[in-house]
Design a protein around this ligand. Sequence first.
Ligand code: ADP
Length: 507
Amino acid sequence: MALGCQDPPRVLYLASELAPWMKTGGLGEVARTLPESLHAAGVDVRVLVPGYAPLLEAFAQVRVRCQIAYPAGVYPALRILETATSTGLPLYIIDCPQFYVRPGSAYQDTQGADFVDNAQRFGLLSYVGAMIGSGANPLPWQPNVLHANDWHCALALAYLRYRLEPRVRTVFTIHNLAFQGLFPGDTLHALGLPPDVLQPNGLEFWGQLSFLKAALLWADRLLTVSPRYAREIQTPEYGCGLDGLLCARGEHLVGILNGIDDRAWNPATDEYLIASYDASCLEAKSINKRALQGRLGLDPRADVPLFAVISRLTHQKGLDLLIEIASAVMALPSQLVVLGHGEPPLEDTFCALAANWPGKIATVLGFDEALAHQIEAGADAFLMPSRYEPCGLNQMYSLRYGTPPVVRGTGGLADTVVDASHVAPGSRGANGFVFEDFSANALMRTMARAVNTYHQPECWQALQRAGMAQDFGWAAAVDRHRAIYSELADVTPGGAQTDLETASRKA
Ligand code: ADP
């Protein structure tokens, strides 16, 4: 089908998480706030997500749009439910309890083990998205752009190529290249895809089946979540073995910095805070610090800086560097709060550090939205020593909350944080502290600089105000997305063939 010349974009946005109902990190946050911002700007965008229990409970008022049974019974029968968020963003929910209603997170059971049927669970999400974007669309609404996110949705591109007749152009956003959706090659049968897909020019990756490759090969446009990360993933250091393929797609690969939800993350209106504040009354921030110290059992000291971490505790986040220098950091002197969950050895070590330094280090394991807000407001400085960071949201929240970030200069961190030494603090741009080498020494030197600056209140406040004055809203990203959608909606499906041939040779 040729789409009309002036066809306005109608976008089906496909994601495996949707905050606040299902969120394991930045993806869930972005999957709600970007479509909501696009919708508010007048774009006809609708979101398709799996029907996890919290979503089914939150949206009891739904309309059953259709029932689907996959031919040959590869997938269980399901229903598509239609509803809308409180801002009016249309939502399609895949009602398939057998796949999506179970204890744990979107991907793992309560013990932290991946669900054994994740290939099928997210193969189904991909399939339903592809179906809506095809001639077999069961809905009365026909998108002309399919925007899929991360490996969980990537197989939609394979279904559109091998199983269904496309009626859409496609956009795919890489939120984190390290998560590729790799499964044993014979999983292909359980996904209803033909065996010849599993070859180097297709979805084969070192003998395994890669969901992600489907999108990297066949999406019309590839996006990622910051300009720096878009460049980094085309290098061997950050390319996770896919840099050749990404270089080949370089012409169609763009980095667009994520925004933040500035209604939820605004210290002037944040309902989780003891005292609200803005750049004109930073004194109120110290009330939040005292309350946080009290809640966490930290010494009630105003004269030492309180550093904070809110993070998945994983290798990516580089917190092993912080563990290495913990004694020296305490000697600065300073305090530390860590809120996170993830790899058990990291969890155990941060608990041990808190036990070793009572009153100085506090560790809270788990996912706690309210505490995350209170930490952003109550801490003095925020730590992100990441090995790589596609965009990062927490450094932007920190800037907004007058909590200067101390970050490694990679990905979105490099795109949003400007080191205090590059320009005089408070002059245009400087808003935090950046180090380049991934080393404990570099982190230590940078934290020491931060402590030094903390003890010069005028300089510190100038840094705080510079960060708080920045605009991290979604407007710029909305404009860029709308332009890409409009460009794609104006042309006939099927333009990615030449990319496939070029890219596959280099993969
Ligand atoms: P990533 O997506 O790699 O986990 P981001 O910085 O992009 O990192 O996004 C992390 C998001 O998850 C932020 O909104 C952050 O506040 C939130 N978050 C991470 N860990 C926790 C936690 N333990 N409790 C509450 N919120 C958390």
